[in-house]
Design a protein around this ligand. Structure first.
Ligand SMILES: [Zn+2]
Length: 116
């Protein structure tokens, strides 16, 4: 092996480590820690997402008595299930959301779930 080859291998190793470090950093900075539930623009509930890997199910009631279920897991939230939602779009179309750019919306009930 020539001296130049060794230099090239070391350089490639450094670049690989750098790329992985940057990737890892970006991944971590995107992890959300709370899920907020808004009804008609007002924040009514906050869930902590810094929990264990196990899926947790939260049942809660809105002020008008409607029952809702929201599943949470470390850094993500699952579709919401709301009693009496006419088309259940909020439940059927949205799966797990895990970034600030994603939201769960229930238009008939004016409910919004945001991550931060
Ligand atoms: Zn809905």
């Amino acid at each position: 092996m020539k001296k130049g080859d060794i230099c090239l291998i070391i350089l490639l190793a450094i670049i690989t480590i750098l790329v992985f470090t940057i990737y890892e950093f970006q991944e971590k900075s995107e992890v959300v820690s709370t899920a907020k539930v808004f009804v008609d623009g007002k924040e009514i509930l906050v869930f902590d997402l810094n929990q264990e890997e196990k899926i947790q199910e939260h049942n809660f009631k809105f002020s008008d008595g409607k029952l809702a279920t929201l599943k949470t897991q470390k850094g993500k939230v699952n579709q919401m299930r709301i009693e009496d939602c006419p088309q259940q779009i909020c439940c059927k179309l949205t799966g797990w959301i895990s970034s600030e750019s994603e939201q769960i919306v229930c238009l008939p009930n004016k409910i919004l779930v945001k991550l931060s």
